[in-house]
Design a protein around this ligand. Structure first.
Ligand SMILES: Nc1ncnc2c1ncn2[C@@H]1O[C@H](COP(=O)(O)OP(=O)(O)OP(=O)(O)O)[C@@H](O)[C@H]1O
Ligand SMILES: [Mg+2]
Length: 378
């Protein structure tokens, strides 16, 4: 069994707390993505799990054992780094098996067999005799992954392994990593700062900010039920629109009033006591629609188009609404131009409210039935 459990894990560098009381469980065989902005503590977390960084406080378990003080080579972990870390003077094959003798009892023949097997899986058999400088970025990346594969570890740790590749190759390697994981089902933690990569790869995604875990959930749940304003803004491209509103109670319903619109909230769940409060209202760009495409009964509001961004599959409009800017996704071939005034309405099933100061989610207009994971923050 190779589940990984972090309990109140802390990393302190002199005056920087890089990781603050992190609680996280990665299930046996799971592909978990750790995502967050630059400097939020992702690599530090991964390096503590690998044993490359001392743990300041808390407990780290792999399987049933506490491994806080177990040296890296005894943790049955293989790590792939962003910069590949290949030895330039060694062939791909040598790179893949380098150091194997010291971490295992395998014979030379067994190690060679494993290199062959990994090379076949990764489709790099023809490249084994080349040195890194004779390989493309994508091929180097495969050799680096191959080096992790030959060790047949119980856990894979990958730190932004695709960030040196061009966009097309990155998409291709992503698909290959998923295929590999389906075949091997090795417990994997994958670090990235790219939310798209996180959403496409993860069985579950753990979002970090400023050394703290914000939310852990399957991708769609993270998107539909962000636990706070940070997660709401970080996941999704372009970001969720967030504006200040005041909550009002009228004829038994709650209404959110903004300087440019008023919207009646479809349910009152969780809104008791909020009357008169100033909170943040959130709505994603695809959950705003031209009024002409909405039922007549929908509340609508006017917006002035300021920028038009054709993205091929859709047209992104930046609009002025009251005191704020809003982004809305519309049909790509629409002829709407900057300067036009358009009539918009919200998808009332996908509205969110966040507490103004803490940013904690107060309300999702479609209530969540059963969160898959308790939220682990503060
Ligand atoms: N050896 C160190 N000494 C002091 N501070 C460090 C050290 N290593 C990292 N830090 C700090 O710890 C914090 C977390 O760094 P970390 O490398 O884990 O971030 P990250 O999430 O991996 O970021 P990126 O996406 O840029 O790789 C940062 O503020 C960083 O400056
Ligand atoms: Mg990093």
């Amino acid at each position: 069994m190779s589940e990984i459990q972090l309990q109140q894990l802390v990393k302190q560098y002199d005056d920087v707390t890089a990781v603050q009381g992190m609680d996280l469980e990665v299930r046996d065989g799971e592909f978990l993505v750790l995502v967050g902005p630059s400097g939020c503590g992702k690599s530090t977390t991964l390096r503590m799990i690998a044993g490359l960084e001392d743990i300041t406080d808390g407990t780290l378990r792999i399987g049933d054992s506490v491994v806080n003080n177990v040296p890296p080579k005894d943790r049955s972990i293989a790590m792939v780094f962003q910069n590949y870390a290949l030895y330039p003077h060694m062939t791909a094959a040598k790179n893949m098996k380098f150091g194997m003798k010291s971490v295992s009892d395998f014979s030379t023949a067994e190690i060679d067999d494993r290199v062959q097997e990994a090379a076949e899986t990764l489709d790099i058999t023809d490249l084994l005799d080349r040195k890194p400088k004779e390989l493309s970025g994508g091929e180097r990346q495969r050799v680096a992954i191959g080096r992790a594969l030959v060790r047949e570890p119980e856990v894979f740790l990958l730190d932004e392994p695709l960030s040196n590749l061009d966009a097309k190759l990155r998409v291709q390697m992503r698909a290959e990593l998923l295929k590999l994981h389906r075949e091997l089902a090795t417990t994997t933690i994958y670090v990235t700062h790219d939310q798209t990569e996180a959403m496409t790869l993860g069985d579950r995604v753990a979002v970090m900010d400023d050394g703290e875990l914000q939310q852990v959930a399957p991708p769609q749940e993270l998107y539909d039920y962000p636990t706070n304003r940070f997660v709401a803004g970080f996941i999704g491209e372009p970001s969720m629109n967030v504006f200040p509103v005041t909550v009002r109670h009228q004829n038994g319903r709650f209404v959110a009033d903004h300087s440019g619109f008023s919207v009646t909230l479809p349910t009152g769940d969780g809104l008791d006591g909020l009357e008169g409060s100033e909170v943040d209202f959130g709505v994603r760009p695809e959950d705003i629609t031209l009024a002409q495409n909405l039922p007549d009964s929908t509340e609508t509001f006017q917006a002035e188009v300021t920028v038009r961004e054709p993205l091929g599959e859709l047209l992104l409009l930046h609009c002025r609404v009251g005191d704020d800017e809003l982004q809305v996704k519309v049909e790509p071939r629409s002829q709407i131009q900057p300067g036009d005034t358009i009539e918009l309405g919200f998808n009332e099933a996908r509205l969110h409210l966040f507490e103004a100061v803490s940013g904690d989610a107060l309300y999702h207009s479609t209530p969540q039935e059963a969160p898959s994971e308790a939220v682990a923050t503060e």
